[in-house]
Design a protein around this ligand. Structure first.
Ligand code: ACO
Length: 444
C-alpha cells in the first residue's frame, strides 16, 4: 500500500524519521524532531526568497506556471476578462462566488458610496512636492486613511471588515487620481457616482472643464479588463507583505500601504516602465536582432520576459496584447508595439529563450497600452495597485480567519559573531573581540 509519508535518514546520526505528506508537502515544523543531541534546536529548512516554501493554504487564486494557467476562485482568467467586470471579479475574489444580480447591485452601490475622501486628505495631497512620485503619495495617503477610521482596528468584527473593504476599494481610485492631478497642478476632480468603477476613475483623472465627463467606452472597457487581470496573483511579494503586516493585527489601511510599498519596486510593479525604456532605446524593428544578440551575450535582459512562476506564455500577456489593438483604434497606434511584437517573434524562435522557457509576462504589453491612453510612466504602479487592492484584502481576510496562522515571524540561520566582550575604544583595531564562529546558531 502507498503511504503518504516521507522517510528521511540523518546521516549524522543514522536515525530515520517518517514525516507525513499532505498536499504533496511536508510541514517544516516536522523537521524539528531531527536532532543531533537532545539539547539541539532541531532541523530547519533554509529557503531565502521563499523559493520552495508555502506560507499559507489558500483558496483564492490558482496558477500553473508550466501550463500558463491563472484562475480566480476556479474561474479561468480568459473567461473573466471576456465576460466579467472588475467590480464583479473583485466580489468573486473576496466572497468566493460570483454575485447574483441583487448581490452585485448592492456591492456596486456600497463601493460607489465610498468613493469620496475626507477633505482633510486633500490637505495631505497638497503637502507633497510638485514632482512627488504618485506611488509615494498613494502609499502615504492610504496609510493616512487609517487615522480617519478608528473602527478599522476592529479586524475581527465582520461588519467592520466589510466596511473597510468597501472604503478601500472605493477610495483607492480617488487617491490615485488626486495624486495624478496634484503632480500636474490640476484641480482635483470629484467622483461621479453615475459612472462605472473604471469610467469614474477616468473621469477623476482626465475631466477638464466639461460639466459631465463621458469616458470613451473602448478605453473604459480596456482599463476594466486590465484591472481584472491585475486583481490577484496569489503569494507574490505584495500579497506576502499584506499578510505579513496584517498578521501583527495592524489595521487594513496600514497593511494595504505596506503591500503597495512592496508593489512599488521595479522587480514587482515597476517592470512595465523598464519595458518602455527598453523599447525606446531599441528605437526601430530593424534593430531588434542586434538587441537580442546583446541580451544573449549577457548585456542586459529582455524586460517583460520571464517569470518566477510562469514557464509558459503568461495568460495575462495574451489578453493584454489583444486589448492593445482595441485601444490603438481609439488612441492611434503606439509605435512601440511593433518593436514589441518583433521582439516577441524573434525571441520565441530563439533557442536561448526556448531553452530557458522565457515568454512575455504581464508587463510586456501593459505599459504600451497605458502610454497610449495618456498615462505617464510614474502612474504605472499606481494603476496596478488599484485593482490589486481587492486581492490584497482577500489575502488578508483569509489569513485572519485561518486558525493555523499566527504573527508571521521567520527563523534565521545566524552566521555572525559568537559571544564576545566589549572592547574599549583604545583597544580596537587589533584582534580584540574577534571570534571564530564554526557553525550557525538558531534563536529559540
Ligand atoms: N532576458 C534574458 N534572459 C533572462 C531573462 C530575461 N528577461 N529572464 C531570465 N533570463 C535568464 C537568466 O539569465 C538565466 O539564464 P542562465 O540560466 O543562463 O543564468 C535564466 O533565464 C533563469 O533566470 P532567473 O533570473 O534565475 O529567473 P528568476 O525566476 O529568478 O527571474 C524574473 C524571474 C525576475 C522575472 C526574470 O525573468 C527577469 O528579470 N525578467 C525581466 C524583468 C521582468 O519582466 N519582470 C516582471 C515580472 S512580472 C511581475 O512581477 C508583475
Amino acid at each position: 500500500m502507498v503511504k503518504d509519508t516521507l522517510t528521511l535518514t540523518d546521516n549524522r546520526t543514522g536515525k530515520s524519521y517518517e514525516i507525513p505528506v499532505q498536499n504533496d508537502s511536508i510541514r517544516a515544523s516536522d523537521l524539528r524532531q531531527i536532532k543531533v543531541s537532545d539539547g539541539d534546536f532541531g532541523m530547519m529548512s533554509y529557503d531565502p526568497a521563499f523559493m520552495n516554501t508555502a506560507s499559507c493554504a489558500s483558496r483564492i487564486t490558482f496558477i500553473d506556471g508550466d501550463k500558463g494557467i491563472l484562475r480566480y476562485r476556479g474561474y479561468p482568467i480568459e473567461e473573466l476578462a471576456e465576460k466579467s467586470s472588475y467590480l464583479e471579479t473583485a466580489y468573486l475574489i473576496l466572497h468566493g462566488e460570483l454575485p447574483t444580480r441583487a448581490q452585485f447591485d448592492g456591492w456596486a452601490h456600497d463601493i460607489t458610496f465610498h468613493t469620496i475622501i475626507h477633505e482633510n486628505i486633500k490637505k495631505f495631497m497638497d503637502g507633497f512636492h510638485y514632482d512627488a512620485h504618485p506611488m509615494g503619495m498613494l502609499v502615504s495617503t492610504v496609510a493616512a486613511l487609517s487615522t480617519f477610521y478608528p473602527d478599522a482596528k476592529e479586524i475581527f468584527v465582520p461588519e467592520a471588515r466589510k466596511l473597510q473593504t468597501h472604503r478601500l476599494i472605493g477610495k483607492m481610485p480617488t487617491l490615485a487620481a488626486f495624486a495624478y492631478r496634484h503632480s500636474l497642478g490640476l484641480p482635483y476632480a470629484y467622483p461621479d457616482n453615475e459612472l462605472s468603477y473604471t469610467g469614474n476613475f477616468l473621469n477623476m483623472l482626465f475631466k477638464m472643464t466639461e460639466v459631465k465627463y463621458r469616458p470613451d467606452p473602448v478605453l473604459e472597457r480596456a482599463l476594466d479588463v486590465l484591472f481584472i487581470l491585475h486583481a490577484d496573483h496569489e503569494q507574490n511579494c505584495s500579497a506576502n507583505a499584506m499578510r505579513s503586516v496584517g498578521s501583527s493585527q495592524a489595521d487594513p489601511y496600514c497593511s494595504v500601504a505596506a503591500a503597495a510599498a512592496a508593489l512599488y519596486g521595479p522587480l514587482h510593479g515597476g517592470a512595465n516602465e523598464a519595458v518602455l525604456r527598453m523599447l525606446g532605446e531599441i528605437g526601430s524593428t530593424g534593430k531588434v536582432p542586434e538587441f537580442i544578440k546583446e541580451v544573449k551575450a549577457g548585456k542586459g535582459r529582455l524586460m517583460g520576459f520571464g517569470h518566477r512562476v510562469y514557464k509558459n506564455y503568461d495568460p495575462r500577456a495574451k489578453i493584454i496584447k489583444e486589448v492593445a489593438e482595441q485601444v490603438f483604434e481609439v488612441t492611434g497606434r503606439n509605435p512601440l508595439i511593433d518593436i514589441a511584437v518583433e521582439l516577441e517573434r524573434i525571441a520565441l524562435e530563439d533557442d536561448y529563450f526556448i531553452k530557458r522557457k522565457l515568454y512575455p509576462n504581464v508587463d510586456f504589453y501593459s505599459g504600451i497600452i497605458y502610454q497610449a491612453m495618456g498615462f505617464p510612466v510614474e502612474m504605472f504602479p499606481v494603476l496596478f495597485a488599484i485593482p490589486r487592492t481587492s486581492g490584497w484584502i482577500a489575502q488578508w481576510e483569509e489569513m485572519l480567519l485561518d486558525a493555523e496562522q499566527k504573527i508571521a515571524r521567520p527563523r534565521q540561520l545566524y552566521l555572525g559573531e559568537d559571544k564576545r566582550s566589549y572592547a574599549a575604544m583604545e583597544q580596537r583595531g587589533t584582534s580584540a573581540g574577534k571570534t571564530d564562529p564554526t557553525r550557525p546558531r538558531k534563536a529559540a
